[in-house]
Write a protein that binds this ligand. Structure first.
Ligand code: ADP
Ligand code: MG
Length: 366
């Protein structure tokens, strides 16, 4: 057997930009990584060799078992059987139970409600008659969402634009939920890091602005001590229930009466936490790796105000990658409609100046 001189090795299922940044941002910990991804040259392949295979490929899973101390994910739709197979033999964080719940909007909503965390009203939809009845109860101002495989606003149908029959057909007649639209003031998310053997550490709330269901802009911190405390208490309930290790993010609507309504959660680092690369002493990516590798995180602190603008569909031609006002991340992916290709982070001690810069940058590039 190969001797690894006590160097830790982490396996990552999924080699997208999240895996890429986990590897990039945790360089100083001298950890080796093995990435498994079914696609050609995923973003993480810029930094480490990626094994091209399906997530269920037994050979790849066995390799992770023999070579790695811990396995994690950059993508929540990894088949849970693959995680179950791995976790019999190697530590997997987050575990298959947590990931399975986050893969299914119905289970996710049920666990929120079971923990007394408010969600919007919803109904399970398995047929056209379920949908018609659900619309009667919740009204036309509602959204049909597939239970599985939805991301960036995909697999969601706004009912007030369609008849029940049309919506059901457009959904592909798949297991879904109908949820009532929330007339929100804004959206926020809480990013919490659950170390293997100590209390969760939180970043401040971040405010999120979506366009067509895709995150466009995040601004942090969203300063509101009462909501921060409430979001942290909700996060603690969930991670206790899920016996969670690593970064978990919960997205909320903030309704017009000031209530936090849980929308969904991600069992991984999250797009609304990309600002932490420049905006915090430890980024969400490094923090996740430290948490699962059982490296002590002394504290997390934030530097001034930060914003993150996503680069979607097209990489702006005139973007200056070396400048002092903003930082550009290019994931090296080919252009495609509504695909996340990179992001820009902007920091400033003064929030007003930050917003001004964000507006300027948005105008010149998007
Ligand atoms: P995804 O997995 O695609 O991110 P979300 O449920 O988070 O799915 O939906 C994406 C965005 O669509 C949300 O961030 C929000 O802006 C909008 N949205 C989704 N559900 C609702 C809802 N019930 N009420 C109002 N807006 C919603
Ligand atoms: Mg979302």
């Amino acid at each position: 057997m190969e001797i690894r001189e006590n160097k830790m090795r982490i396996g990552i299922l999924g080699g997208g930009q999240l895996a890429m940044m986990m590897i990039q941002m945790s360089e100083k910990h001298n950890i080796d990584f093995i990435v498994v991804d079914p696609s050609d040259n995923p973003p993480a392949s810029k930094y480490v060799q990626c094994i091209k295979s399906d997530y269920n490929d037994k050979g790849s899973l066995d390799l992770l078992i023999t070579e790695c101390d811990v396995v994690t994910i950059d993508f929540e739709n990894v088949p849970s059987e693959a995680l179950k197979y791995l976790e019999n033999k190697v530590s997997v964080y987050p575990g298959s139970y947590a990931v399975e719940i986050c893969q299914d909007r119905l289970k996710e909503k049920n666990i929120f409600n079971g923990c007394n965390i408010p969600t919007t009203e919803f109904r399970t939809v398995n047929s056209i008659s379920d949908l018609s009845l659900a619309i009667e109860i919740l009204g036309n101002d509602s959204i049909l969402k597939s239970r599985r495989l939805g991301y960036d606003g995909k697999n969601q149908i706004t009912i007030n634009k369609y008849s029940a029959e049309e919506a059901w057909r457009l959904s592909g007649e798949t297991e879904s939920i109908l949820e009532k639209k929330v007339d929100f003031k804004t959206e926020v998310s809480i990013i919490g890091v659950c170390p293997k053997s100590s209390e969760t550490i939180f970043y401040p709330l971040v405010e999120n602005f979506h366009r067509d269901g895709i995150l466009n802009l995040s601004i942090a911190p969203y300063e509101n001590p009462k909501l921060q405390k409430l979001a942290e208490s909700y996060h603690n309930k969930i991670t206790k229930e899920l016996n969670y290790t690593g970064v978990l993010v919960i997205e909320f609507f903030l309704d017009k009466s000031g209530n936090l309504i849980a929308n969904e959660m991600a069992p991984r680092v999250h797009n609304s936490g990309h600002w932490t690369n420049e905006g915090a002493n430890i980024s969400q990516f490094e923090a996740h790796i430290m948490a699962i590798a059982d490296i002590n995180i002394k504290n997390i602190s934030v530097n001034g105000n930060s914003a993150m603008l996503n680069i979607i569909s097209k990489m702006p031609k005139n973007i200056n990658k070396s400048n002092n006002t903003y930082k550009v991340y290019d994931y090296g992916k080919s252009e495609r409609l509504n695909r996340k290709l990179g992001h820009i982070t902007i920091t400033n001690d003064d929030k007003k100046d930050l917003i001004e810069n964000v507006n300027k940058i948005s105008k010149s590039f998007f």
